[in-house]
Structure formats: C-alpha cells, structure tokens
Design a protein around this ligand. Structure first.
Ligand code: SF4
Ligand code: SF4
Length: 330
C-alpha cells in the first residue's frame, strides 16, 4: 500500500472525516482568488493582503513537498440555549488549544503517526500555515460555496487542519457535491451587515464575526451596532440560512465543558461578571478577545441586550397598531 493510502486509512481509523494530500503548488491559485476579492471590497488590501503568504508555501518552508489536509465535522454537538443566535457554533466547539476536545486528540494522534512514518511536519493551530478551505478544496474533499464556507456532505460545519510535510505525496479525494443552486442568494440576502455583498466576496471590516470576535475597536456607528443584533461572539447567519446545511446539524454529543458553561454565556450573566471571572471562564475558549480587551465582552453583551429589547418593543408597538381602537381616534 502507498504511504498516502496508509495515512488516509489511519485518519479514517481515528474518526477523522476526510483526508487528502496536495502538492504545495496546488495552493498557488489561491493568491489570484484573494486579489479578486481584495479588488471588490473597500480597503480590501488592508484586510487581506497579509493572507497572500498562504499561497506560496515554499517561500517560507523551502523544504515543503506536500500538504496533508484533514477535515473534521463539529456539527454533531448540542448547543446550549443561552448561546444560540449569540455565538458562532465553530467557536463554541473550537478544538484549537482545547486539550479536552475529541477533534484535537484525533489531530494530534494523526500527527504522531506522520512522525512515526519518519515524516517531518509543521502546523499551526492558529492562524494556520496555509489557506485551509482552499487547501481542502484542492484536495478534492469538498467545495467552497458562495458564502465562502467549505462544505462536505455534512454541510459547512467542519474545521480544516493541515500539515506541511517534507515527503513527496499526493492523494486527491472526490465528491459528488452539487454546486449552489442557480440563482440562490439566500446567504447574501440574509447577511445582517451586507458584508457578504456578492458570491465569494466578504468584507471583513463589516462582518459580524470580525466585529464581535476580535480586539478591533467598536465601530461607533449606531446602524452597525443595530445590525449586530443579538450576536455576542461570531455570527452564523450565512450558514444557518443555507439550504445545503438543512438538516445537517445533529445534537448527538456534548462538547466537553460546553453545557456547563451554558448559563455564563447569556448577556445578562456577562454583564454581572467581573473581569477576573471573564478572563477565567470565557477567555480560554474564546481567545480572539485578549486580556487587554475584556471590556469588549461587556460592550457586546450590552449591545445584544439593547437590540433584543428594541425588537421586543417593536413587537409591542406593532401589536398596538392592531388593537380594538381605530387609528386616528382621540
Ligand atoms: S458571518 Fe454573518 S456578517 Fe459575516 S458574512 Fe456571514 S452573515 Fe454576514
Ligand atoms: S445560501 Fe445558496 S448561494 Fe449561499 S452558499 Fe448556500 S446554496 Fe450557495
């Protein structure tokens, strides 16, 4: 059996959903796609130019001969009610830096196996060594849809991990995933900030995920704050509305520690916490907001509460418009 097949079988035995191997040159086309996006959005270069380093892997790792790519589905975990519509599900089930995560254990076990085979590897849990979704696409493990997310048969709820290796290898998967239906633009229409303004385009500067799950300063724009809705950390709107994700999320398993954390994730609870507690309870899991910016948790929580309350009053006001008194009567 070839070494590629060996690795794939090991990945399968570990419960990894998909595994493929590409040559570093397979990433070169990524830069072109990146520049297409940069040209389409305002200040695109300031957000995306840094990612061009992900295209030419050999520039940073001259010894690179292949890239092993694996995909792990996280769409099988129960999500606490207090977190629904407030936290991106990928962050709630994030395996990165989480020693208890079953996905991380599988990744480490495969890495150990690569080393046992005498293969030199390099990887990075964050921010990654290459453009993960593009690498997985190039490995034939799935497709990237108009909302920019990578999809397998299990929908978009997957995390991609990759290792650069010093071994010449190649193993492409194949899939029979259909393209997005002609004329479908549900993800674009639903994006609360219009950050997703056209297929395969996304303005990072106005994406709810970026605005909430980062150390960026608050926008100070009332309209954008309103558009953030009830989101506190991340946003799943363009994935939740996608018909290709319909019925794909299953509540089969508990992610370690998530249900226990559940109550603390509600915005009212965050407002009641002191910063020491936020650092202890939330920061290790949601690491995009660092210690110097813990105030952002309170800002996001209060913004979510204000938007919720505006929506409640909106409903009450519309109910009044249809009560038994005629309009205009005094
Ligand atoms: S994550 Fe939310 S804000 Fe960002 S592009 Fe998708 S729908 Fe728009
Ligand atoms: S909502 Fe429609 S256009 Fe958007 S990613 Fe899903 S299938 Fe494609």
């Amino acid at each position: 059996m070839s070494i590629e097949k060996d690795i794939q079988q090991k990945a399968e035995a570990l419960g990894i959903d998909k595994c493929g191997i590409i040559r570093p040159e397979a990433m070169l086309g990524y830069e072109e796609r990146l520049w297409e996006r940069i040209r389409k959005i305002p200040r695109g270069e300031s957000y995306y130019a840094n990612f061009t380093r992900f295209a030419d892997i050999k520039r940073i790792y001259p010894w690179a001969r292949s890239i092993v790519v694996v995909v792990l589905n996280y769409g099988h975990y129960r999500i606490p009610e207090s977190a629904q519509g407030r936290y991106g599900k990928s962050y709630l089930t994030d395996s990165r830096f989480n020693p208890d995560s079953p996905e991380r254990k599988k990744i480490f076990a495969l890495e150990k196996y690569l080393h046992e085979l005498g293969i030199r590897t390099e990887t990075s849990e964050h921010p990654g060594l290459t453009a993960m979704r593009w690498a997985a696409r190039q490995a034939g493990l799935g497709i990237i849809r108009r909302n920019n997310f990578f999809y397998t048969q299990k929908g978009s709820w997957s995390r991609v991990t990759a290792w650069i290796t010093d071994k010449e290898m190649e193993l492409k998967g194949d899939h029979s995933l259909p393209e997005c239906p002609a004329g479908c633009d549900r993800c674009i229409a639903a994006c609360p900030t219009k950050s997703l303004s056209s297929p395969y385009t996304m303005n990072m500067g106005t994406c709810v995920s970026r605005l909430t799950a980062s150390n960026d300063p608050p926008s100070g724009d009332c309209e954008i704050n309103r558009q953030l809705g009830g989101w506190i950390y991340g946003c799943d709107v363009c994935q939740d509305v996608c018909p290709m994700n319909r019925g794909k999320w299953t509540d089969d398993d508990d992610f370690p520690g998530l249900m226990e954390l559940g109550e603390s994730l509600a915005p009212e609870k965050i407002l009641a916490m002191d910063y020491e507690k936020i650092a202890r309870k939330l920061m290790p899991k949601f690491f995009y907001i660092d210690k110097e910016h813990l105030w952002k948790w309170k800002l996001n929580a209060i913004n979510a509460i204000l938007n919720d309350s505006a929506n409640i009053h909106k409903e009450r006001i519309s109910a009044m418009l249809t009560d038994e008194y005629e309009r205009g009567e005094t």
